[in-house]
Structures are given as C-alpha cells and as structure tokens.
Ligand binder design. Structure first.
Ligand SMILES: *Cc1c(COP(=O)(O)O)cnc(C)c1O
Length: 398
C-alpha cells in the first residue's frame, strides 16, 4: 500500500472526541479548503470581480473539476462535468437516454435506489407524457428484468441503505446485449470504491461530490456521458452555458459540442473552490489503496460487533467484495440508538425504517477509531443506553 493514510488524516478538520462514521453522507472539511475558499472570496471575487470568470478560470472550472474526478471514476478526458445537484444530473441523463431509445418505454430501476432518483424519473415520465413506465424491481432481480422493452437502466451502483453493490460491468453488458442504455449513479461509489466507467462501457453516470469526495455541503453534482454518445445526447435542460457559443447570445439553442452541453447555468464558484481543495487530497492517494483499507476497516467493524452486539442484524452483504464502504444494521430502535451514539461522539446515521448506517473512510478513519467506536457501540447496545425519551425525538435530518 503506497498511500500514507496517517498523513491524509492530518489534512482534515476533525473535532476531538468525535469518531466520524458518516463521511458517506457529508465528508469532513479539508483544512486547506478554509484558505482556498477565503482566497477565492478575497482575491478572486473581491479583487477581480467580473474578470474572475476569465482570469481565475471560473468559467472553465466545471470541466477542469470534471477531469480531476475522471481519475477517480475512469471517465475519458473531457467527458465528465460538474454542476447543479445530483438530482438534476439524474434528470438530464435520463431524458437524454430516453430520447436515444424512442421506441422503448421502460426505465428499469430497483427498490434500493435513492428516492430522489425515483422521484426525478417519475416527474420526467409525467412531463414527457409518452407512456414511459418506471419499473422498480428487487435489487437482486435487475438482470432478469433486462429485456428488449427496456430503454435504460437507472441504477445506483451501491445501495444507500445496505451498501450492496451491483456489478456495473455485467449489468452494462446485459443491457447492451438487449439494446438498452445504462445510467449509473455513483453517489456512494465515487471516492469509496474503484470505478472505471470507460472499461465498464457505461453510457451515462451521475454523482455528487459532498459525500465520500469531501467537497462540502452544496458542492456540485456531476454527469458523465460516454464519448460515443456525447455529441448525440440531447440535453433536456438547455441552459445558456450548455450552448455551443454562450457569449454569442443567439436567439436559438444549439447544443455544445460534447460534455459541455450538459452544463446548465452559472456554476457555484465558492462551492467549487472547496471541492478543488478536497481533490488535492484525492490526488495523493490511489483508489485501490482506499478500497483495500476500507474493506479492512469495515470487516474489523463487523467482526468486532458480531460477538458484542448480537441484537444488531447485519443489513449489508457479509462479503466485502460486494459491499461498498458502509456497514448497516437493522435495529428496531435504530433512530434512538444512533442519537445515543452521537451523544457519545460516534457519528453514524439512521435511514428509515430501521437502518443504522456507518461509513468507513480511510482518508481520516483508522483501525483505532473503529475499535474505540465498537466499544462505545457495545456499551450503548448492551446496556440499552438509547432507551431514553430525548433520543426518540425525530429531527428534520436523520
Ligand atoms: C445522496 C444521494 C442523492 C442526493 O441528490 P442531491 O440532488 O445531491 O440532493 C441522490 N441519489 C443518490 C443515490 C444519493 O445517494
């Protein structure tokens, strides 16, 4: 292993007395982002004002950041761009894919997909009003439902609840054999596992940058379009920055040459600055090392809790090879248990109806952290320390 994780851990602001096992929901603050964002504000925004779009490269930044993400996702150069939010990128990818398969009406997805992906699909189907159908099957049954009626598969590679992983290469090959396209949601993959979009022959991919990638709350989403489709894919959200020549201010829309057409409007430059410094850390590490370390940490976590906490029922696959970088358990009073853990400095999260979820992020979590967390979890679970009314009041964000 070449990546010095003890060094990367020092690059993050991590509150003392907290073991943060929720980087799968919101990554922590890279120390360098504080100066980078301040510099962007003072020197770029403050002094350059409008000229920052050229002088500081703000206009080009969504493609530059996309190329930096390409290293982590196996995207070809200039075929991944950041912007907007993941939900919007889902909509764009789905609209483009459906337009490429006009004779087919089925969007195939699974019940483990994130609600926003399903909601965006529902909304698009409604506004298209062309008789499309969102077919939701069990995660294990995707392959057997790929047929010649399917226009596109819309699948989140790693299940946000259970951490179960789909086989991107195999499912993509099956879809292609049936004439269907694929959209891969990498929300829980990018920065968590090795992803090679080009090798898997994915058609479209989307994701966010505030989870494992540590871009910060509000950092942009991203979209990938395979080179063979990028100048064919019809952009559904035809904003001016996806136009072939935005500053010609033409009356009519002409789609940009390639991935640029998936841009919509003015990029969030402040949020891009924090993402930019988060990616400096990613430049120092090998994804294979991150993956190997995360499998080790999550195995240690599962094995340690297995004996001490028999009341926690593993909801994630036992086999690390088909599990993302998170471990989930079913527990009836999971919400209260997570609150009790947070009160004791172990931060995980709860996903309805009964999932306690913990993320493993080797950039800043090590074996000692896992063992300390396991001790605290055992104490809370064995002694039912969660069974207090204050831990049962549901907050807006769980
Ligand atoms: C986190 C997540 C989202 C959230 O989408 P936003 O538009 O960034 O709020 C969508 N889909 C999946 C699979 C997610 O895990």
């Amino acid at each position: 292993m070449n990546t010095p994780f003890s060094m990367t851990k020092n690059l993050f602001e991590l509150p003392k007395d907290m073991i943060y096992l929720d980087g799968n929901s919101l990554g922590p603050l890279p120390k360098s982002a504080i100066d980078r964002v301040t510099d962007m504000m003072k020197r770029e925004w403050g002094e350059m004002l409008i000229t920052g779009w050229n002088k500081a490269g703000w206009m080009q930044q969504p493609v530059d950041l996309g190329n930096r993400l390409g290293r982590l996702t196996g995207a070809e150069k200039d075929h991944l761009v950041v912007g907007d939010t993941l939900s919007i990128k889902v909509y764009q990818a789905l609209a483009s894919a459906l337009a490429m398969r006009p004779d087919r009406k089925v969007i195939l997805t699974d019940s483990g997909n994130f609600p926003s992906d399903l909601y965006m699909a529902e909304g698009l189907v409604k506004s298209l009003n062309q008789g499309h159908k969102l077919q939701v099957v069990a995660p294990e049954e995707i392959a057997q439902h790929i047929s010649e009626d399917v226009a596109v598969t819309l699948i989140t590679e790693i299940d946000y609840r259970t951490g179960r992983m789909h086989n991107m290469t195999d499912i993509t090959a099956l879809a292609h054999a049936a004439g269907a396209l694929t959209i891969w949601d990498l929300a829980h993959s990018a920065g968590a596992i090795e992803v090679d979009l080009a090798k898997a022959k994915a058609d479209f991919a989307v994701g966010c940058t505030y989870k494992y990638l540590n871009g910060g709350p509000g950092s942009p989403g991203f979209i990938y379009v395979a080179p063979r489709h990028s100048s064919i894919a019809e952009p559904a959200l035809s904003g001016w920055l996806g136009h072939a020549a935005p500053f010609e201010f033409e009356q009519n829309y002409r789609a940009g040459l390639s991935i640029e057409r998936m841009r919509v409007g003015t990029p969030g430059v402040i949020a891009s600055a924090s993402l930019d410094s988060a990616l400096d850390i990613w430049d120092m590490v090998e994804m294979a090392d991150v993956r190997a370390a995360s499998m080790e940490l999550s195995n240690l976590f599962i094995n340690t809790l297995k004996t001490s906490c028999p009341m926690l029922k593993l909801a994630s696959p036992r086999d690390a090879k088909i599990r993302g970088s998170q471990v989930s358990f079913h527990f009836q009073d999971g919400y209260a248990a997570i609150q009790a853990l947070i009160a004791r400095g172990v931060v995980g999260d709860f996903r309805a109806p009964d999932i306690m979820r913990f993320g493993f992020t080797p950039l800043y979590i090590d074996k000692d952290d896992v063992l300390v967390a396991c001790k605290i979890i055992a104490d809370v679970m064995q002694n039912s320390l969660w069974d207090r009314s204050e831990y049962k009041i549901k907050a807006k964000v769980t």
